[in-house]
Design a binder for this molecule. Structure first.
Ligand SMILES: Cc1cc2nc3c(=O)[nH]c(=O)nc-3n(C[C@H](O)[C@H](O)[C@H](O)COP(=O)(O)O)c2cc1C
Length: 211
């Protein structure tokens, strides 16, 4: 597949068939993640790959509890919609997210990205020399993983809605306290299809030479 076409047609896939995803495919996606850039080439992340059905169910239980709380809060303070179409688009997103929350364990694998709770910024006499958040050094790896999965016809979606239950996930999976989980990516063969998702037009938000 052409790289550019692969990027354009990668979108959130939350519904999966029960076709398998092989260990070789997962490992190939992880190798792609390893090639991502990171500040100073620190490569601070580690992965936890969950494929065992019972363990996936337990992760799904934690995810769902966090999701329910988020959805309640979100629906009780809806953003103002300019049009009915905008409202429907938003509600479609909620329904798709809820579906995932109710079926997370149907993904062939759940891949967690973890980073240590450290700062890689040096100090000088004036204090910390800020170089941006550590997260900036891991999400490129997540996106590489997602794009590699796309190249194998495997659907994924970056998720963070479980964040309020981060401690429960860490405990369940034996992740050391000094690590923060920053992404949970379910992967599976899509029940829907890949395609170009609606987005704002780049030219409407691009400032050439000066804002
Ligand atoms: C930082 C981040 C966090 C996200 N968290 C979740 C999540 O917890 N659950 C979920 O179902 N989707 C989550 N998403 C997916 C977005 O909802 C999705 O990328 C967006 O709606 C665009 O979807 P589309 O590519 O299908 O148009 C997240 C995406 C990002 C980048």
């Amino acid at each position: 597949m052409d790289l550019y076409e692969g990027i354009l047609t990668t979108r959130a896939i939350r519904r999966y068939t029960d076709e398998p995803v092989t260990r070789e495919e997962i490992e190939a996606c992880l190798r792609a993640a390893q090639q991502a850039p990171s500040g100073g080439n620190t490569q601070p992340w580690q992965y936890v790959v969950v494929t065992h059905p019972e363990r996936k169910r337990r992760v799904a239980g934690i995810y769902r509890a966090a999701y329910e709380r988020w959805e309640r809060a979100q629906l009780s303070a809806l953003p103002p919609f300019r049009t009915e179409e905008e409202r429907e688009t938003f509600m479609r997103g909620i329904r798709a997210s809820r579906y995932l929350a109710e079926h997370l364990d149907t993904a062939a694998a759940l891949v967690l990205f973890c980073v240590p709770k450290i700062s890689i910024a040096p100090r000088d006499d004036d204090g910390v020399v800020e170089i941006g958040p550590l997260y900036a050094s891991v999400y490129p790896a997540v996106q590489n993983f997602i794009l590699a999965a796309r190249s194998f016809g495997i659907g994924t979606v970056l998720t963070t809605v479980w964040w309020s239950r981060q401690d429960d996930l860490r405990r369940l999976l034996g992740i050391p306290d000094r690590y923060e989980i920053v992404a949970l990516v379910p992967m599976g063969r899509p029940r829907g299809s890949f395609g170009i998702a609606p987005r704002r037009r780049a030219e409407d938000i691009t400032h050439w030479e000066q804002w």
